[in-house]
Ligand binder design. Structure first.
Ligand SMILES: Nc1ncnc2c1ncn2[C@@H]1O[C@H](COP(=O)(O)OP(=O)(O)OP(=O)(O)O)[C@@H](O)[C@H]1O
Ligand SMILES: [Mg+2]
Length: 259
């Protein structure tokens, strides 16, 4: 996938009538390309535009400017220009909070099969795929009739990952997917993502504040500061020999464990 000059602006409102006063640029001319099967981490302090950037790729916030290309095709209005494939069939997002991102009234079976049923897949086929993915994320098949509240945070995040994989996407956008989890569970989720990347040749955009995790998991790193990319490169290089002052500060703020 490739992103070129991506810009997202939000209106700033004010006054008693709540009129739009001006625009605030949350993502400011960001470009990057991510080879298939690689993991790109986006780092930067809170509010620098990481979530907005990935949300704009799946249409959760509108892009004001920029180009998004997938497998050599340009994306326009949620579809690939030439083949007409839907972006949502190729790119899926996993969110930070596995508690709020699952509908508490749906069974696991519904949570997993609905995206496929909506695409016209037959029920027995969708259920077979749901079982396959539950096994893949190490949840018992008996989970199918349970509800989200019957699972731990880590299990719920596995469920969210399973749901995102139902449509056989090629790209996963993971926004702080381990931040709401206990440290002991975080490693399992990270290993799962890394294994899935290898097995399915997935590309992963991984947003995290945890530099240890970024170092361990990612091939490439993008450092954002106030909506702009200030440094980029191979993760090993950027994280061991940062060139930009802001990256240096970001790394200095992290306690390091030498191995
Ligand atoms: N829907 C919105 N309307 C207006 N402003 C928004 C909206 N969403 C985000 N913003 C603003 O855009 C900026 C970037 O927000 P974003 O959530 O992308 O940051 P982030 O890098 O993901 O931060 P964090 O690390 O805290 O998750 C912030 O200043 C935020 O207040
Ligand atoms: Mg965020």
């Amino acid at each position: 996938m490739a992103v070129e000059d991506l810009t997202v602006r939000f209106p700033r409102r004010g006054g008693v009538l709540g009129k739009v006063q001006d625009y605030f640029t949350a993502v400011d001319g960001v470009s990057f390309s991510l080879p298939q099967g690689k993991i790109l981490s986006i780092v930067g302090e809170s509010g620098c535009g990481k979530t907005t950037l990935v949300k704009s790729l799946v249409g959760l916030v509108p892009m004001d400017q920029g180009r998004f290309r997938l497998f050599g095709e340009g994306v326009l209005n949620g579809r690939l220009g030439k083949s007409g494939k839907r972006v949502s069939d190729l790119v899926q997002m996993v969110f930070q909070d596995p508690y709020s991102s699952l509908n508490p009234r749906q069974t696991v079976s519904e949570i997993l099969t609905v995206p496929l049923l909506a695409r016209g897949v037959k029920l027995n086929e969708a259920e077979a795929r749901a079982k396959e993915l539950l096994e893949r994320v190490s949840l018992p098949v008996a989970s199918l009739q349970k509800f989200p509240h019957e699972f731990s945070g880590g299990q719920r995040q596995r469920l969210c990952i399973a749901r995102s994989l139902m449509v056989r996407p090629r790209v996963l956008l993971c926004d702080e997917v381990t931040s709401a989890l206990d440290v002991s569970v975080q490693a399992q989720i990270l290993h799962l993502l890394d294994d899935l990347r290898n097995e399915l040749n997935l590309s992963i955009v991984f947003i995290s504040h945890d530099m240890q995790v970024v170092r361990a998991l990612s091939d490439l790193v993008l450092v954002m500061y106030f909506g702009k990319v200030v440094e980029r490169g191979e993760s090993r290089k950027v994280l061991t020999d940062p060139q930009h002052e802001y990256t240096k500060k970001l790394l200095a703020a992290v306690p390091t464990i030498r191995r």
